[in-house]
Design a binder for this molecule. Structure first.
Ligand SMILES: Cc1cc2nc3c(=O)[nH]c(=O)nc-3n(C[C@H](O)[C@H](O)[C@H](O)COP(=O)(O)O)c2cc1C
Length: 210
């Protein structure tokens, strides 16, 4: 599958001034954990709020729990696989939100990643991870390797959360998103936007070489 590139870039305005580029389209991919309660609370509204403050990227949500995806790619995407790959094709960058399970990421996420190919190419990927004890860092390092095979650029800074969601330490109405996490998310989004805009222009200038 080849994705349709719009090739939008910053352009000269009527008086020769540089117009700000169109916001980067970023798909926020949520792991396919059946029980959405297991995710960090309000992770998408939190990221969306940060994106909204910046104005240089527009988030969409691809929640794998809402897709009934086939176990493997069958040659022609149809039904839910078609809409899933369409969402990836439209995106110019990705934020993958994942838990860590036994030092890796969940199988539902790998299944979904493997169902697409060109849709990932020459786009940046950032990570928000969580785990109990090590912030999901093992899951992210494994995902970096997977995404290298898919010709993406994984951004250096990630958001990692040490979470036990059943803990009482997050009282109702309290936020788990500390200043440190906000700073980490800022670095992630800065790098994702830099790469996303650079690669938007690069894809428009010449076909990628996969
Ligand atoms: C089967 C299973 C394996 C897990 N393995 C890890 C792990 O290897 N590393 C880690 O940091 N967290 C691990 N976790 C914790 C989860 O990533 C997540 O943080 C936690 O399940 C959410 O909070 P909870 O305690 O309410 O379930 C594991 C959880 C489960 C259910």
């Amino acid at each position: 599958m080849r994705n349709g590139e719009s090739g939008e870039r910053g352009a000269l305005g009527p008086h020769g001034t540089t117009r700000a580029p169109e916001p980067l389209r970023v798909a926020c991919i949520l792991d396919g954990t059946a029980d959405a309660e297991c995710r960090p609370p309000a992770v998408v509204p939190w990221l969306d709020g940060l994106a909204g403050e910046r104005g240089d990227l527009a988030l969409s949500v691809v929640d794998l729990a809402h897709y009934d995806l086939p176990p493997r790619y069958a040659g022609h995407p149809a039904g839910q696989l078609h809409s899933f790959t369409g969402e990836l094709a439209r995106a110019e960058g990705f934020v993958v939100v994942t838990p860590e399970c036994n030092r890796s990421f969940p199988p539902q996420l790998k299944q979904a990643i493997d169902l697409s190919y060109d849709e990932w190419h020459a786009k940046p990927v950032g990570f928000v991870s969580y785990g109990f004890g090590c912030d999901g860092v093992h899951a992210v390092e494994q995902l970096r390797s997977v995404f290298t095979e898919l010709h993406t650029v994984t951004v250096r800074d990630a958001v990692g959360m040490d979470l036990r969601l059943t803990d009482e330490k997050f009282p109702a109405g309290g936020s788990i998103y500390s200043d440190g996490l906000v700073r980490a998310a800022g670095a992630l989004l800065d790098q994702l936007t830099w790469w996303g805009l650079a690669l938007r222009e690069a894809r428009a200038a010449r076909p990628y070489v996969a």
